[in-house]
Ligand binder design. Structure first.
Ligand code: T5A
Ligand code: NA
Length: 213
């Protein structure tokens, strides 16, 4: 038939980790490096503070508004759901999405609050059905080394106790297929490792091969 060729799928490449581990730095660099190598790539980040829901999240994070812990958790998840169809269209059209935080941050941060009833299992429920990453790079940095990168900002969750609990939640969620990256190195050294992992995910998606998870 005259049916067009199906475009190779782009890869969903995700960075996760506690605050100041270098996610944004690595994600931005990766997009540039991939593009320079002819891989069509876009930088995505969550929360997406540009949407109506994202604006409510932004207000909450900047402590300009208060919300029940369950409600803000669902809002973070809804902020991913509202972008789901677009994300899937982009991936299907062959664009690789380099994403700065996703569902794993969503679960790690809410669970870290230690609120009765809002355990990891509860946190995961609204994430089920969202796109799963083809590669998840967990940037690992000790609290001490993170502290060397400057003081906390003004946002909610930027306290030592919260960050300690967030790291514990990530540890509890950690699965074999994640790539754990030592984030306490020079950005260029980290980027070499990040690029290898991303290119391998891009190749697998292009070839339509079974992914390791
Ligand atoms: N959240 C998020 C939820 O509760 N639920 C959710 O569902 C989601 C998606 C969003 C907040 O919302 C929470 C989590 C967060 O609390 P954000 O906007 O992602 O927060 O957070 P930011 O404050 O922008 O980013 P982080 O603090 O997490 O920092 P990054 O992105 O990990 O680190 P980066 O790259 O900005 O670097 C931090 C500093 O370190 C330096 C950088 O120059 C910068 O100064 N640096 C290095 N220094 C030495 N060596 C290296 N290798 C370095 N790499 C970077
Ligand atoms: Na960031």
């Amino acid at each position: 038939s005259a049916a067009g060729k199906v475009a190779a799928r782009g890869a969903f490449v995700l960075f996760e980790g506690a605050d100041r581990c270098g996610k944004s730095t690595q994600a931005m660099r990766l997009v540039h490096t991939l593009e320079a190598r002819g891989v069509e790539a876009e930088l995505w980040r969550y929360p997406d503070r540009a949407t109506a829901m994202g604006k409510m999240i932004d207000q909450y994070l900047r402590s300009k508004s208060e919300m029940e812990d369950g409600a803000i958790h669902l809002l973070f998840a809804a902020n991913r759901w509202e972008k789901k169809a677009l994300m899937e269209r982009k991936l299907a059209s062959g664009v690789t999405l380099v994403c700065d935080r996703y569902s794993y941050s969503g679960c790690a941060f809410t669970a870290a609050k230690g609120v009765d009833g809002l355990d990891l299992e509860w946190c995961r429920a609204p994430e089920v059905g969202l796109p799963r990453p083809d590669a998840l790079m967990y940037l690992e940095l000790s609290l001490e080394d993170a502290a060397k990168r400057g003081g906390f900002g003004e946002e909610r969750y930027e306290t030592t106790e919260m960050q300690r609990a967030v790291k514990a939640s990530f540890e509890a969620m950690r699965e074999d297929w994640w790539d754990v990256i030592d984030a306490n190195r020079e950005p260029d050294v980290i980027q070499d490792e990040v690029l290898r992992i991303a290119l391998s995910a891009v190749e697998k998606c292009r070839a339509g091969r079974e992914l390791k998870r």
